[in-house]
Design a protein around this ligand. Structure first.
Ligand SMILES: Nc1ncnc2c1ncn2[C@@H]1O[C@H](COP(=O)(O)OP(=O)(O)O)[C@@H](O)[C@H]1O
Ligand SMILES: [Mg+2]
Length: 373
């Protein structure tokens, strides 16, 4: 039996634990936000996240192995933990994935195409970068961004100063706005033996920077697109020496794929795999980090994950639908907050669209579900 310590106490930690209990794993959670939502015990809370905190000592002592659900963690704390107990995925993976500048540098080093970009550390440098790259552009903080937070779209050169005021005062990345045909992601698991398994690509639809729908396998994927996506994630996972799940977000364009960002962890665009794959991303993450054989990553049927954002709508009506698998996160309703998701499977994409829209009808703001191709 293994005692696994998870840095973070949100829904990803919760779903990791739910996947690990049948494998005789036990879990403890370390929360640095003061606002854990995992709904499971024990949660140790340490809002300062400094090595000398007694909560951290207790957490380390209770863990045979440490993993995390969130990459925006202070490196000194991670390095301190690493000296006492194994952390998987390795700290280098977090170090790169928590900083968009390092992430993009790795894409470039591995010749993985990515939107044209500049890193800027002052308003003047931003103005120059905007002039060089041309508009429209997306500016983002190099660290701490998620769910579209810390971003500003620069539609014309006059907006450079406004962008610096809105999100600057810290290093920014400014990148070409990509007119993508759709967003895709690819998720892989790598074991410490070097074994790698890759999930089918997911087609992702975002609304206001937040993921709303993921469909896997992404319909109508060209063979070459699939080959490229799998090659890129394989190169990334190996060059990082990563152990666990790694996710790569991609833009599909008429000229091929562009890498957007990656995450060294289980990912919202992989939640479909709980019912949709033989072995979910959560279980494969745990298998990978604890030296167990990896499980099959194939999709069993076309599957869609629909996020429940802001409010739970008529959740009882959704429960009455025979094809809706509901996953709630034990969180209070709040605008823009991820409260849960619903997984739906079908035998065809047509039937899937019909079923998902039946679910969406009970969720205010869910919009209309349509596949891009
Ligand atoms: N360069 C870009 N061009 C067009 N859309 C973008 C670009 N960068 C980000 N976006 C949109 O914003 C979403 C969130 O941005 P992302 O870089 O993935 O940050 P995060 O997910 O960490 O908030 C993307 O999924 C995409 O829809
Ligand atoms: Mg993203």
């Amino acid at each position: 039996m293994k005692n696994i310590g998870i840095l973070g106490a949100g829904q990803l930690a919760r779903m990791l634990a739910l996947a690990g209990l049948p494998l005789e794993m036990r879990f403890g959670f370390y929360d640095t936000t003061g606002n854990p939502s995992v709904g499971l015990d024990p949660v140790l809370i340490d809002v300062d996240a400094i090595p000398s905190n007694p909560a951290l000592q207790t957490f380390i002592e209770a863990s045979d192995l440490v993993t995390y659900e969130f990459e925006h963690l202070p490196l000194p704390v991670l390095k301190y933990i690493e000296e006492k107990v194994t952390i998987y995925p390795p700290v280098r993976s977090i170090e790169i994935c928590q900083d968009r500048a390092k992430e993009k540098a790795l894409f470039t080093e591995l010749a993985i195409p990515t939107p044209a970009y500049r890193i800027v550390e002052s308003e003047a440098a931003l103005v120059t970068a905007v002039a060089e790259l041309g508009t429209p552009l997306v500016s983002k903080t190099t660290t701490d961004g998620y769910d579209g937070k810390g971003q500003f779209i620069i539609k014309n050169p006059d907006q450079a100063k406004e962008a610096w005021q809105a999100i600057g005062g810290r290093p920014l990345i400014v990148e070409a706005f990509v007119n993508f045909s759709r967003e895709l992601s690819v998720i892989a698991a790598r074991a410490s033996t070097g074994e790698v398994k890759i999930y089918p690509l997911a087609e992702n639809e975002h609304h206001e920077g937040i993921l709303r729908y993921s469909t896997a396998p992404a319909p109508h994927i060209a063979e070459e697109t699939e080959r490229q996506a799998k090659l890129y994630i394989q190169e990334l996972i190996e060059s990082l020496g990563h152990v666990g799940i790694l996710t790569l977000e991609l833009f599909e364009t008429p000229n091929g794929l562009l890498a957007n960002e990656m995450a060294p962890r289980v990912h919202n665009s992989g939640h479909w795999s709980i019912e949709g794959a033989h072995v979910s991303q959560f279980e494969n993450h745990l298998r990978a980090i604890s030296g167990l054989p990896l499980g099959d990553t194939q999709a069993t049927r076309p599957t869609c994950m629909l996020n429940i954002i802001g409010n739970k709508g008529d959740i009882n009506a959704i429960m009455a639908l025979p094809y809706a698998h509901i996953h709630l996160y034990d969180k209070e309703e709040r605008p823009g907050r991820k409260l849960g998701h619903v997984n739906v499977q079908a035998d065809s994409y047509e039937e899937l669209v019909w079923r998902v829209n039946n679910v969406a009808a009970y969720l205010p703001g869910a919009g209309n579900y349509q596949l891009k191709s």
